[in-house]
Design a protein around this ligand. Structure first.
Ligand code: IMP
Length: 194
């Protein structure tokens, strides 16, 4: 089966390729010559993931999946959530986004937060969604150099390290995206054998 992953992020693509066996031919947007700015204008992670996967299915007629992730901070009523990439502005700076979170949580005791990923899979026009969550806390200051986005200020409950102090392998085992992808892989493995 050929399946498009609606991403240009090679890091995400490789991560998923490692988990899927060779019977699923995984393609990215580059492989299908898609250079469109795929719309993600919804107000939920579910809505955005769905919008992206149906965009590809409807335009190219190919089975497809897309993901959307947000950091949800309890004391900020779930912010930045669906706005995680551009929380501090359209320039999408990870440093500015983290600084804004640290500013908003200054002197706030409740540091509880979670990362949540939603994957929307569309096969023959039928959608299935998968969710992955990792619970943790926002640190008082940035720690570590690996990863991306909010990794230096997020410490998962399972670890004494921030995400940015972990290797990619360690992070993938417990991360929101890793967990959502594992569910997708189980589903696809069963789907193939039907
Ligand atoms: P996306 O939906 O995967 O593009 O994620 C949206 C935004 O959430 C990213 O631009 C990052 O700011 C943040 N984000 C997503 N995944 C992670 C992660 O694993 N660590 C840190 N930040 C992340």
């Amino acid at each position: 089966m050929k399946l498009v992953f609606a991403t240009n992020n090679q890091h995400k693509l490789q991560e998923i390729k490692q988990l899927l066996d060779d019977s699923i031919g995984l393609l990215d947007l580059n492989d299908i010559n898609c250079t469109d700015d795929i719309p993600e204008k919804q107000e939920t992670l579910e809505g955005n993931a769905s919008e992206k996967s149906f965009y590809i299915f409807n335009k190219y007629g190919m089975n497809c999946f897309a993901d959307d992730t947000g950091l949800e901070i309890e004391a900020l009523n779930g912010e930045p959530g669906v706005y995680s990439a551009r929380y501090a502005g359209e320039e999408r700076s990870a440093e500015n986004n983290m600084n804004l979170v640290l500013e908003k949580l200054y002197k706030i005791k409740n540091r509880k937060a979670r990362f949540r990923t939603v994957i929307s899979l569309v096969i023959d026009g039928h959608e299935t969604q998968f969710e992955g969550v990792v619970e943790g806390n926002i640190l008082e200051e940035k720690r570590g150099k690996t990863g991306f986005g909010y990794d230096p200020i997020f410490q998962p409950n399972e670890s004494v390290s921030s995400f940015a102090e972990m290797s990619a392998g360690e992070k993938n085992k417990i991360s929101h995206r890793g967990r959502a992808v594992q569910k997708l892989v189980v589903y696809l493995t069963q789907f193939k054998t039907q």
